[in-house]
Write a protein that binds this ligand. Structure first.
Ligand code: AMP
Length: 400
């Protein structure tokens, strides 16, 4: 069976077509500048990428173009659209009700529409992507895979904010957690690499990229994660502040005469590595500046490492131990230096990384970097959210 995985953003639509018999991606690509002008990059393994500027007025146009290319006699990989057995959609937010991957029927779509208010950035484009696929492929099952659903096992004490309880009851203000599909994939892959049963391990996954989060998985169940009501909470990120004293918000609103939208923009797009360093949101450029003696660039990286250590330490305390620590995503997978800084002086907690193994692990490779004899096994595992979405989708449509 072929499964199409779709990740729709406000002006982009990424896709991957999996052959589930082999687990291989047979085509993938990205539609960009949807609603602006439009372009597509379409790739097949071992072939030259196809790039074109094509007018894309909306997500329907984007899906129509993807299906046209997938069945194109020269550029395609399918004889007919009917070869697509199901479509799996990446959906950031499943709210409180969508606690696992599910068929996107009318009721599920109505629920997704009802929670747009708490997911204003990612909700509407995801829904547009789903609706476009339903229109273009009416007889093909559509499945939603939610970044939040991995956290359905997090206990109340970790997800209820210490605010008036009515805010949770009336407005559903609580911690939801994000990047769950990545944490789920990486923690399962880590158990496999460790040669141990998933349900038998205490695991911490550090997903460190432009957006970053850390998740604790205790005996197969996510028990805490650093992102909260939105993907803003927790670690400092490329441009996001992460956790700060909440009183800073009203204070700067008054001091700087900012509106709610302006302060949100400041916290979301002007903070984090970019805000502190003044150099870039991209860790590579911040590191280059640090190497040239830029003190604020060094401080931005120090803050990131400091928060990572704090969160890892707190999760070890929550789980009363740790068996496996994993690094993933752009920085976690590729940046041996950040991994070395985070794991330095953690031997009290059983974490020790071997410098040669850490640096020797080729970029984007999977492997163990623990020092011999370390109580905690430390792994680097490239994430693969799309594979997880394809796998869930396949399981749901072959079971039903
Ligand atoms: P992501 O959001 O997972 O794509 O990660 C983006 C972040 O990963 C950016 O801060 C990049 O600087 C960082 N990154 C990507 N590739 C590398 C690399 N080869 N070395 C260091 N950092 C990298």
């Amino acid at each position: 069976m072929k499964i199409l995985v779709v990740n729709a953003g406000s002006s982009s639509l990424k896709y991957q077509l999996f052959d589930m018999d082999t687990g291989v991606v047979i085509a993938k690509g990205n539609c960009e500048k949807i609603g602006i002008d439009g372009s597509i990059t379409h790739k097949r393994p071992g072939k030259e990428p196809y790039k074109a500027d094509v007018a894309l007025n909306n997500h329907d146009d984007a899906i129509a173009l993807v299906l046209k290319l997938l069945t194109d006699p020269e550029l395609g990989v399918l004889a007919d659209i009917s070869e697509i057995g199901a479509v799996g959609h990446r959906v950031a937010h499943g709210g409180e009700r969508l606690r696992g991957s599910t068929l996107l029927d009318d009721a599920a779509l109505a629920y997704l529409n009802s929670i747009v208010e708490i997911n204003p950035l990612h909700g509407p484009p995801a829904i547009k992507g789903i609706e476009a696929c339903r229109r273009k492929m009416p007889s093909v099952p559509q499945v939603g895979v939610f970044d939040t659903s991995f956290y359905s096992t997090v206990p109340e004490k970790a997800y209820i904010y210490p605010l008036p309880y009515e805010l949770y009851e009336q407005y559903k203000i609580r911690r939801y957690g994000f990047h769950g599909t990545s944490h789920r994939y990486v923690s399962a892959a880590a158990a496999e690499l460790a040669g141990r049963a998933y349900d038998d391990l205490k695991i911490i996954v550090c997903h460190i990229g432009n957006g970053s989060s850390i998740t604790a998985i205790d005996h197969g169940r996510a028990v805490d994660t650093s992102m909260g009501f939105t993907p803003q909470e927790g670690l400092p990120m490329g441009t996001r502040s992460g956790t700060i004293d909440p009183t800073v918000v009203p204070y700067i609103m008054k001091k700087m005469n900012l509106t709610a939208d302006e302060v949100e923009d400041l916290l979301n797009r002007k903070s984090g590595l970019l805000g502190v360093s003044g150099v870039s949101s991209d860790c590579r450029f911040v590191m280059e500046a640090e190497a040239k003696g830029d003190k604020r660039a060094a401080l931005a990286l120090d803050i990131l490492v400091h928060y990572m250590k704090k969160i890892i330490g707190s999760y070890i305390a929550e789980m009363n131990g740790l068996d496996v620590l994993c690094f993933t995503a752009g920085i976690g997978e590729n940046d041996a230096d950040i991994r070395a800084r985070v794991t330095k002086d953690m031997d009290y907690l059983g974490i020790a990384v071997d410098a040669a193994r850490n640096e020797g692990l080729g970029r984007g490779n999977k492997g163990e970097i623990s020092a011999d004899g370390a109580r905690v096994r430390t792994f680097v595992i490239p994430t693969d959210e799309e594979f997880m979405i394809a796998k869930d989708t396949y399981e749901i449509v072959t079971k039903s």
